[in-house]
Design a protein around this ligand. Sequence first.
Ligand SMILES: C[S@@+](CC[C@H](N)C(=O)[O-])C[C@H]1O[C@@H](n2cnc3c(N)ncnc32)[C@H](O)[C@@H]1O
Length: 308
Amino acid sequence: MKQTEKIPRMRTGQASNADKNARGKDRQHAAKLTPPPELRPGQSVALLQELHILTREGKLNQDSRRKLKQVDHLFQFIEKLLVDLKPHGDELTLADHGAGKSYLGFIIYDLHFKARGSGSIYGIETRSELVERSRQLAERLSFDRMHFLAMSAAASTNDTQIPEAIDVVTALHACDTATDEAIAFGLAKRAQAMVLVPCCQAEVAACLRQSKALQFARTPLAELWRHPLHTREMGSQLTNVLRCLYLESQGYQVTVTELVGWEHSMKNELIIARWTGHKKRAAAERLRALLAEFGLEELLKTRFVLQP
Ligand SMILES: C[S@@+](CC[C@H](N)C(=O)[O-])C[C@H]1O[C@@H](n2cnc3c(N)ncnc32)[C@H](O)[C@@H]1O
């Protein structure tokens, strides 16, 4: 099912001719600037200026250096997948969850989809003002195959504006359980690859906190989350371990690595899952056992629903 044409990419007719001329001049100005060495060949200076990664003079904005480094590094992993994949349908599709200002989506489009000449990116974000800004930016840059939806990752799974199958799912620092929603989306859309850099996650830590008394009586390992700070850290660590087991149990091969050096980001774990179709039974068993050990079995009904 192809439904991309249904999505209003932005409300047109809002910019005056004077505005358009000014933007045209800005783009000409951007084209004349010498890009800083951190940029890739062909990377759009105008886009990076719009994202405030580059200043008007074409210099790297110091505050954004870290973001560029993260996104650029992540792109290198994603690019390999995009080149290798055979799309489900006629064109490659990618959905980016918790898109925020859509740095990642725009950079993927600029560096891959533009030259590819086909394929669509869907940016999913709950904050409607960010979605509107991204729509307007895509219009200004003529990034015609970028679509933005103001909704949660969970709601997007059943939204008819998104194709039934999506090839690649990304989620960079999608807040709290949005990464889990992105995984559920990826499973429902038969994603061939998922690239996740989780943010902090509060759900598992909250469950650990609730069952603390019981856990301390049960196992000395509960010392690992006795102090509140440790509960939070342990919750995040455990969540990512559970996510990996879940993905393996559902037919994905998983690799876990660092996104960039720790000096660039604290939320630095990169999970790459590639569909192989081999649903590891041992991973499902481990997942069940781990959830039981931590008193988290309830999550089998919500986050980690095991499909045989
Ligand atoms: C930390 S920001 C990251 C933004 C972007 N991915 C980046 O790295 O620059 C997380 C974004 O996720 C959005 N968000 C939170 N919960 C969400 C959900 N359930 N579904 C979709 N987006 C969500 C927030 O509004 C926020 O813009």
